[in-house]
Design a protein around this ligand. Structure first.
Ligand SMILES: C[S@@+](CC[C@H](N)C(=O)[O-])C[C@H]1O[C@@H](n2cnc3c(N)ncnc32)[C@H](O)[C@@H]1O
Length: 342
């Protein structure tokens, strides 16, 4: 499982990913017009070297868990090489539109009444200045590249840190008796890793976006063990105490505060009394004080309507108010991974 060969292959794959997406990041910076500096005070920010060292430490921690036998080395997930390259091209072709939105020159926000009327108002926006918000196949095809470029190749490993508390919790439990739910599963990357690691568990991925769910199905493939359904985090279509595991990655910072609170309460409602909730999301102010300035800058450079309020709040406090107790947490580069029980 964790042979020296596997270790080399893991290190080579992660290094190649980081180089690939860091290259996109650098090229993107050259192509995008600089934004005006923020007109407000920002906290401290780290150097690029410090961030690189922190990311490397994260890969090392994941490998240590693999060596300890908690889970297998991750499989390479994603489209065939030709499709992978096509997505990279799509990403660069979309950058001029992203740039125009960043500079207020493209007023193509998705206001209520123009598209997908059945969806909540807070949802119909060009999050991340992304073309079509969450609402098209084009956006779903671009999303993974955009996120990996933003995190210079570390998005997947941050998501996978959810597997550590899950592996600890699983202990001797029989996978085949368990049900798991990924709330806001998007294009399904976390779900695919979880299904790969524990194929006996019956997983459900829920998201409001049909195109993102279709992308998740392409990634995961046809299997009765993973259901994908349209639904809202704040109104989960499941019975109370019906899920042993509930996970969610990078959803909560996209929600307005009242919806976020409802979503957490829903996660608790559907959780079995001995179940586990694992949330992966952005770090918040004070989680790593020397990086607080990055959290100030993020919503200035990206369209993230609810992020500033999220970053200044406390996930642990919101979860506690929803009846969830934090039992483990880890800062994983720019994310925090927190596990909760009822
Ligand atoms: C930033 S993406 C995260 C997706 C995925 N979990 C990941 O790790 O990349 C946020 C996702 O949440 C979905 N979403 C946003 N609001 C939602 C809600 N109220 N209920 C369910 N899904 C929602 C979006 O459609 C999008 O797929």
């Amino acid at each position: 499982m964790a042979s020296p060969l596997n270790r080399l292959s893991y290190a080579a794959r992660q290094t190649a990913r980081v180089a690939w997406y860091a290259g996109h990041y650098a090229a993107g910076r050259r192509l995008l017009k600089p934004m005006p500096k923020p007109g407000f005070a920002i906290g401290p920010t780290p150097s690029r070297q410090e961030m690189t060292a922190d990311m490397r430490a994260l890969f090392t921690r994941e490998w240590q868990d693999i060596e300890a036998g908690l889970f297998r080395p991750p499989r390479t997930l994603g489209p065939e090489p030709a499709e992978f390259l096509r997505r990279s091209l799509l990403y660069f072709r979309d950058l001029p539109q992203v740039d125009a939105r960043r500079h207020g020159q493209l007023g193509d926000e998705l206001p209520p009444g123009t598209q997908a009327d059945a969806l909540p108002d807070y949802y119909r926006q060009n999050f991340h200045f992304q073309s079509d918000g969450w609402l098209s196949d084009h956006s779903a095809a671009l999303y993974d590249t955009q996120v990996e470029v933003l995190f210079t190749g570390a998005a997947d490993v941050m998501r996978r840190r959810a597997m550590k508390p899950i592996a600890d919790w699983l202990g001797g439990r029989d996978q085949r008796t368990l049900r798991g739910l990924d709330v806001g599963c998007g294009t399904g990357r976390l779900l695919a890793f979880l299904h790969d690691a524990w194929p006996g568990i019956r997983w459900t991925g829920l998201d409001l976006s049909p195109p993102y769910l279709a992308e998740a199905r392409r990634l995961i493939g046809r299997t009765a063990r993973v259901k994908l359904i349209e639904g809202a985090a704040e109104k989960l279509p499941f019975e109370p105490a019906s899920m042993n595991l509930v996970v969610s990655s990078f959803l909560l910072h996209e929600l307005p505060a009242p919806v976020r609170i409802k979503a957490l309460a829903e996660m608790r409602r559907v959780l079995t009394p001995d179940g586990l909730v694992v949330i992966v999301d952005s770090i918040q102010k004070g989680d790593h004080p020397g990086w607080d300035g990055l959290l100030d800058l993020f919503p200035h450079y990206f369209h993230e309507p609810y992020y500033a309020e999220f970053a200044n709040g406390s996930l642990a406090a919101w979860a506690e108010a929803a009846g969830l107790k934090c039992v483990a947490s880890e800062r994983a580069f720019l994310s925090s991974v927190a596990a909760f029980t009822r």
